[in-house]
Design a protein around this ligand. Structure first.
Ligand SMILES: NC(=O)NCCC(=O)O
Ligand SMILES: [Zn+2]
Ligand SMILES: [Zn+2]
Length: 483
C-alpha cells in the first residue's frame, strides 16, 4: 500500500519548497507535484519534515540503584507522539562486564520499540578484553562509544583509560562521546556540602558548577586531539563547555556539542523551589543553569558551534526521586523530555526567531544523522530515505501536562508550558503512528539501525593527523655515541 502526503511544504535542513511526498515499502519513493497513492494525507498549512532523531536517551536504564521508568515501549511511544522517529540509547556495561554480554542484555529490552533505534556503547572500564570487543561492537553497527568523566566509583573512567579508548576509536573509525564533568571534584564538593548540612536537591546543583563541566570538556578535547579522533560532547549545558568547543572548532578540531532542550528552556531557580519533590524531579547532570548560559547555548545553535538538540531522556518517578530525601547524592539523576523536545524547541526557538525552520530540522534530525553516520537513510526527505516523516502543524496548540503524556512518570518538567506547533501526522518507516494528533504507536515496529564506521570526518581527520605526524629528522654527520 502506498501513501502520499499532499498539499504541504517540505522543510529540510537546506531547502523549503512545495511538494507532495510518496512513500511505499517504508521508503520515500518520489517527491514532486500532483502525486497520488492508495492513502492520501492532507498537509495543508503544514510542514513536511524529517522525523526527529533523539541521539541521547536512557530507556529502562539501571542507574543509582533503580531503573529509569520509561522502557522501549513507553519511551518510543512518547517519542513518536512528539514527532521523534528514532532514538539512540546507551548500552552500559557494568565495570568488568563484557561489552558483548551487555549488548545482549540491551537487545533484549527492545522488542516493543515502536520506532527505530540504535545504540551507543559505554566504555565504563578498560582492559584488553574491552579493547578487543570494541571491534566486534563496531562490526555490529555500533560506532559511537560513550565515556563518563563523572559518577565516580560507578561509571567514571580516568584520563589514561579515556586516552586508550579514544585511540582505539580512532583505529576503528568510531566516534567517542563524553559526559564532561570533573567527577573527582564533584564527589569532593558533594561530601563537603553534605557535611555542612546542605542535603537538599539544590546541593546537587551547587556540587556541579559550570567550571567542572568546562574543565572536563577542555580535557576531553585535548585527549581526543592527542588520539586523533573527533569528539562529541553530550549535554553541553554552560558557556564554559561551549567556549571550549567553540575554541576547538575555530582551531580546526572536529568537536560537536549537544545542548538539551531542558538546559535551553529551564533554569537553576527550579532547584530553589520550596517543594522538595519539585526540585528533586529536576535533578540531572549537569544541572540547569542560569539565563546567561541559556543564551550561550542558543547562540551556539545559531552560530553552528553547537550542532544538536537532544533530551537525555532518563525519567524517574517521584517515588524513585525520593530515594534521595536527606542526601541529594542519592536522588536518581535524570529528567524526561522525549515527547516535548520538538514542540518546545519550535515554540521557544522558531516561533521567537531564534532559529529558522531549516536550522530546526538540522539540529533535531539532519545534523544528528550526519554526525552518527546514518545520513541520508535517516534525517532526510529524499528519494530512497526511510519514510520517517512528520507533518508539522505550526498552529496546533497544547499546554504540556503530565496528565496527558505518554511517558509513564507522574510529572513533567515542562508542566504548564504552552506549545504552538505539534505533529498532525507522524510516519515511522512509512507506518502511521500519529493520526490527526492521536497516537497509535505499534510496539515491535522499531528496528535496530546499524551504522558504518569511518565516516567522512573520521577519514579526513585521520588523513590530516597522518600528514602532520611527528617525523624523524634524517641527519648526516651525527657524532659517534659515547665519544
Ligand atoms: N543526565 C542525567 O542526569 N542522567 C542520565 C545519565 C547521564 O547522561 O549522565
Ligand atoms: Zn551524562
Ligand atoms: Zn545521558
Amino acid at each position: 500500500m502506498s501513501k502520499v502526503i499532499k498539499n504541504g511544504t517540505v522543510v529540510t535542513a537546506d531547502r523549503t519548497y512545495k511538494a507532495d511526498v510518496f512513500m511505499k515499502h517504508g521508503k520515500i519513493e518520489a517527491i514532486g507535484p500532483d502525486l497520488h497513492g492508495d492513502h492520501e494525507f492532507d498537509a495543508t498549512d503544514c510542514y513536511i519534515m524529517p522525523g526527529g532523531i533523539d541521539p541521547h536517551t536512557h530507556l529502562e536504564m539501571p542507574f543509582m540503584g533503580t531503573y529509569s521508568a520509561d522502557d522501549f515501549e513507553s519511551g518510543t511511544r512518547a517519542a513518536l507522539s512528539g514527532g521523534t522517529t528514532m532514538v539512540v540509547d546507551f548500552c552500559l556495561p557494568s565495570p568488568n562486564q563484557s561489552l558483548l554480554e551487555a549488548l545482549t542484555m540491551w537487545d533484549n529490552k527492545t522488542s516493543k520499540a515502536a520506532c527505530d533505534f540504535s545504540f551507543h556503547m559505554a566504555v565504563t572500564w578498560w582492559s584488553e578484553q574491552v579493547f578487543n570487543e570494541m571491534k566486534t561492537v563496531v562490526e555490529k553497527g555500533i560506532t559511537t562509544f560513550k565515556h563518563f568523566m563523572a559518577y565516580k566509583g560507578a561509571l567514571m573512567v580516568n584520563d589514561d583509560e579515556m586516552y586508550a579508548s579514544f585511540q582505539r576509536c580512532a583505529e576503528l573509525g568510531a566516534l567517542p562521546l563524553v559526559h564532561a564533568e570533573n567527577g573527582d571534584v564533584v564527589a569532593a564538593l558533594s561530601q563537603k556540602l553534605l557535611a555542612e548540612g546542605n542535603n537538599g536537591p539544590e546541593g546537587h546543583a551547587y556540587s556541579r558548577p559550570p567550571e567542572v563541566e568546562g574543565e572536563a570538556t577542555n580535557r576531553a578535547i585535548m585527549i581526543a586531539d592527542m588520539a586523533g579522533v573527533p569528539l562529541y560532547v553530550v549535554h553541553t549545558s554552560c558557556e564554559q563547555a561551549h567556549e571550549a568547543i567553540r575554541r576547538a572548532r575555530q582551531k580546526g578540531m572536529r568537536v560537536y556539542g549537544e545542548p538539551l532542550i531542558q538546559h535551553l528552556v529551564l533554569d537553576e531557580t527550579e532547584y530553589f523551589n520550596k517543594d522538595w519533590n519539585h526540585s528533586a524531579r529536576r535533578v540531572m547532570s549537569p544541572p540547569f543553569r542560569n539565563k546567561l548560559h541559556q543564551d550561550s547555548l542558543w547562540a551556539g545553535l545559531q552560530a553552528g558551534s553547537l550542532q544538536v538538540v537532544a533530551t537525555d531522556h532518563c525519567a524517574f518517578t517521584t517515588k524513585q526521586k525520593q530515594f534521595g530525601v536527606g542526601d541529594f547524592t542519592k536522588i536518581p539523576n535524570g529528567t524526561g523530555g522525549l515527547e516535548d523536545r520538538l514542540p518546545v524547541l519550535w515554540t521557544k526557538g522558531v516561533s521567537t526567531g531564534r532559529l529558522t525552520m531549516n536550522e530546526f530540522v538540522a539540529v533535531t534530525s539532519t545534523n544528528i544523522a550526519k554526525i552518527m553516520n546514518m545520513y541520508p537513510k535517516k534525517g532526510a526527505i529524499v528519494e530512497g530515505a526511510d519514510a520517517d516523516i512528520i507533518v508539522w502543524d505550526p498552529k496546533k496548540k497544547k499546554t504540556i501536562t503530565a496528565k496527558k503524556q505518554q511517558s509513564v512518570i507522574d510529572y513533567n518538567v515542562f508542566e504548564g508550558v504552552e506549545v504552538t506547533s505539534l505533529p498532525r501526522f507522524v510516519f515511522t518507516r512509512g507506518e502511521l503512528a500519529v493520526n490527526d494528533g492521536k497516537v497509535d504507536a505499534h510496539p515491535g515496529h522499531g528496528e535496530f539501525v546499524a551504522r558504518e564506521p569511518n565516516g567522512a570526518v573520521n577519514r579526513a581527520l585521520s588523513k590530516w593527523k597522518e600528514v602532520v605526524a611527528p617525523r624523524k629528522v634524517e641527519r648526516t654527520g651525527i657524532p659517534a655515541t659515547g665519544v
